[in-house]
Design a binder for this molecule. Structure first.
Ligand code: BT5
Length: 261
């Protein structure tokens, strides 16, 4: 990816002010942390790579990261929030993604906590990692993978186990998309929502996310370490935790897990 081409489309205040572009890294999340350790990354710094040799999802899951086709981006945020509110930044990234997809005429939906789907197929995922000290957040690394120009053949050949559940923007649009342009648009959306967070706080982001998610008051099932909890979503609190009213009448708080569709 061409850094000059990304910058050409970029208009952002803090996010992407410092931008590093690589051909190949292990994981952009790790590289960003290394840059921070070397004093080269600050609030808003973004790392993008053409490919990842060790792209990962949550809980050590793999993120398929071939060269030349997709977007692998990590952004550093240094907000003043408590560690238990860190999911709010996963929400912020999800809202940014939905916004950018809608600019392409694509109606993306959020699957709690960190997936973006189109027509029930995963197109993007967010991995939030954090560093803490003395009970507060030092930094958050928000890793975002987006399938942009991944063709059907690749998905069927290389992603056998998840091929029915995976899509890309080029498949949906029927044409290749500029990765640089998408990257700049995503950085712009992250920047705008980070501004919103700084001005109005976590609740504003949670409220926006709840609206885009659309499951408040509806029934969902969540797999929490192998236990499936089903219930009506009664509320989402300021940390992004879900409260599900089960059919037995109990109110279960769900901090993390995977939505089961
Ligand atoms: C995620 O985890 O969805 C978070 C993915 C974050 C990837 C970005 S890329 C830039 C940054 N650097 C990294 O190393 N990571 C971040 P999770 O909810 O755990 O979902 C992982 C699951 O998604 C896998 O187990 C597969 O089932 C599926 N998957 C893997 N690669 C995929 C892909 N390219 N497209 C769609 N689904 C995929």
């Amino acid at each position: 990816m061409e850094i000059s081409e990304i910058k050409k489309h970029l208009s952002a205040e803090i996010v992407g002010e410092k931008l590093f572009v690589y051909d190949e890294v292990g994981s952009t999340n790790d590289l960003l942390r290394e840059l921070m350790g070397d004093g080269l990354a600050a609030d808003g710094t973004v790392v993008v790579s053409d490919s990842q040799t060790a792209g990962r999802g949550r809980l050590g899951r793999k993120w398929v990261s071939p060269a030349g086709r997709n977007l692998y981006l990590s952004a550093l945020f240094c907000p003043e929030i408590s560690p238990q509110r860190s999911s709010v930044f996963t929400f912020l990234a999800s809202c940014a993604l939905v916004e950018v997809f809608s600019g392409y005429g694509v109606d993306a939906t959020i699957k709690w906590p960190n997936d973006i789907l189109v027509d029930g197929k995963k197109i993007s995922g967010v991995l939030t990692e954090l560093g803490t000290s003395a009970g507060s957040v030092d930094y958050l690394v928000i890793g975002i993978g987006v399938n942009l120009n991944l063709p059907e053949e690749f998905i069927h050949r290389e992603m056998d186990d998840i091929s029915e559940k995976t899509t890309s923007l080029s498949i949906l649009l029927g044409e290749k998309v500029s990765r640089e342009r998408f990257c700049a648009e995503l950085i712009g959306a992250l920047d705008r929502l980070y501004g919103e967070f700084r001005r109005r706080g976590t609740q504003a982001i949670v409220d926006m996310w709840i609206e885009r998610w659309g499951f408040l008051g509806k029934e969902i099932s969540v797999d929490v370490s192998g236990e499936v909890i089903s219930g009506l979503v009664e509320r989402v609190d300021g940390n992004g935790f879900l409260y599900l009213r089960t059919d037995k009448g109990d109110l279960r708080r769900v901090v993390t897990g995977d939505t089961v569709f």
